[in-house]
Design a protein around this ligand. Structure first.
Ligand SMILES: C[S@@+](CC[C@H](N)C(=O)[O-])C[C@H]1O[C@@H](n2cnc3c(N)ncnc32)[C@H](O)[C@@H]1O
Length: 424
């Protein structure tokens, strides 16, 4: 019997893990889901799984006319994977159909009796590929769509959903000379100073990676540290810091950084990043709800744990593994950490609050409520290079959305606001 392709088999395992165990791809990978694969196979497995999850609704519409009834979840996942390979990934018809049948036969009694069905359905999909482009893209699930509709209106939500169909480009933050790095790495300097790579390939093999001259960080994510803009020598707490994209930025700006996070596993990556980029920070593994600093800080960047709904382009499984109930607890956690952090600053201290969420409850509302609790504080309106004034919100924060910069490839969804005590 032919052997199944390891990358496709692993991709299938990741997709099943999302629906059966409600685990993100990142969590499954951290739990060794791709162990034993070569770096190339790992990258392919991840790409196939991500693309399948991104285009799942379209794949289901493509498959519907050819299925009398919905098959078992394992077989449905296999059909979705192969359909996306055929229709969105440019896979060769015969190769994809044969690989799917082989995978099916290798799955033991749970799947091998479906090999005939898989073969017949996928042949029909291959013949009907032209229909793919006519199918509407997927909508966000009701629990999220309703909230976003109330916040931004239907047209904006549709634009965000359209943006979610495209993979996120790779952006990097460079220590210095963005224009030189853009030329060397065949990218473009974005209006806010990040460099967007057009043909990134294997990131680790690119010039400057091993030397730590730059790190991967979405352009929107980089705006929080830019908004805080610490001067050299300032004592800055990077609160909820791992894996350290913002720690690197703050340290590269010359700040004396303390990076705190709850997760030892994520902090290991922060240590690796600091070492590679030859930057330093004091690293503390602690719960922000228990920890108290010995002395106040000049500035704090709080990247609060959140629903991560601004990163659906990168993590298309997110709407499937979260729901209203699973994110509700985060709102109270964000408020509690923000409240504590506001007490850890010098009188002139600055606090930048950031979340990679599209939900106002995790952004605008948190800041409005903090100002109601502390009328002696105010928001400093952002004056960052390259931002559109329309992104500035009523309370003076910065609302970033995946449908912004559509002509350049979009950006992650973020909220950023910088607070300080009012002058007496
Ligand atoms: C959005 S991520 C941080 C990303 C990071 N700032 C960066 O730029 O790379 C949020 C982080 O909050 C951490 N976290 C969650 N609850 C926490 C708590 N109670 N105390 C400290 N860190 C916490 C998580 O471990 C996670 O690393």
């Amino acid at each position: 019997m032919a052997k199944p392709d390891p990358a496709r088999r692993a991709a299938l395992g990741l997709i099943v893990g999302v629906f059966d165990d409600h685990l993100s791809l990142a969590d499954q990978i951290a739990m060794d889901a791709l162990d034993g694969l070569s770096p190339g196979e790992k990258a392919r497995a991840q790409r196939l799984a991500t693309s399948t999850l991104r285009h799942m609704e379209r794949a289901d519409k493509m498959l519907k006319p050819f299925l009398k009834r919905k098959p078992t979840p394992d077989i449905m996942a296999l059909l979705r994977l192969a359909t996306v390979e055929l229709c969105a990934e440019g896979g060769a018809d015969h190769g994809v159909v044969d690989a799917a049948v082989t995978l099916c036969k290798s799955g033991g009694r749970r799947t091998d009796s479906f090999a005939g069905l898989v073969n017949a359905v996928l042949r029909k999909v291959a013949e009907d590929k032209a229909r793919w482009e006519t199918l509407p893209y997927g909508q966000l699930p009701g629990w999220l769509r309703g909230r976003l509709m109330s916040a931004y209106g239907k047209v904006s939500v549709q634009k965000m959903e359209e943006a979610h169909q495209r993979p996120a480009p790779v952006d990097i933050s460079v220590k210095e000379n963005p224009a030189d790095w853009a030329e060397r790495l065949e990218g473009e300097v974005l209006p806010t100073g990040s460099v967007r790579l057009h043909q990134p390939g294997q990131i680790r093999d690119l010039p400057g990676f091993a030397e730590g001259d730059w790190w991967v960080q979405d352009a929107a994510a980089s705006l929080a540290a830019k908004a805080l803009a610490p001067t050299a020598g300032m004592r800055v707490l990077d609160l909820c810091a791992a894996p350290g994209g913002k720690t690197l930025q703050l340290a590269a700006m010359g700040a004396q950084v303390t990076a705190l996070d709850l997760s030892e596993r994520r902090l290991a990556r922060l240590h690796e990043n600091l070492e590679r980029c030859k930057l330093t920070a004091e690293v503390i593994a602690a719960d922000a709800l228990d920890w108290t600093p010995e002395a106040p800080f000049d500035a704090i960047l709080l990247d609060a744990p959140c629903s991560a709904t601004g990163t659906i382009r990168r993590h298309p499984e997110l709407p499937a593994i979260k729901d209203s109930a699973s994110i509700k607890g985060l709102f109270a956690l964000q408020e509690e950490i923000l409240e504590r952090a506001m007490g850890w600053l010098t009188p002139e201290g600055l606090l930048t609050y950031v979340t990679c969420s599209l939900l106002p409850e995790e952004g605008e509302t948190q800041i409005r409520r903090a100002l109601e609790r502390h009328p002696e504080w105010e928001v400093i309106r952002p004056t960052l290079e390259g931002i559109d004034p329309e992104w500035i919100t009523e309370e003076g924060g910065l609302r970033l959305r995946p449908d912004y910069w559509a002509d350049k490839g979009g950006m992650d969804g973020f909220y950023v606001a910088t607070l300080k005590r009012r002058a007496e």
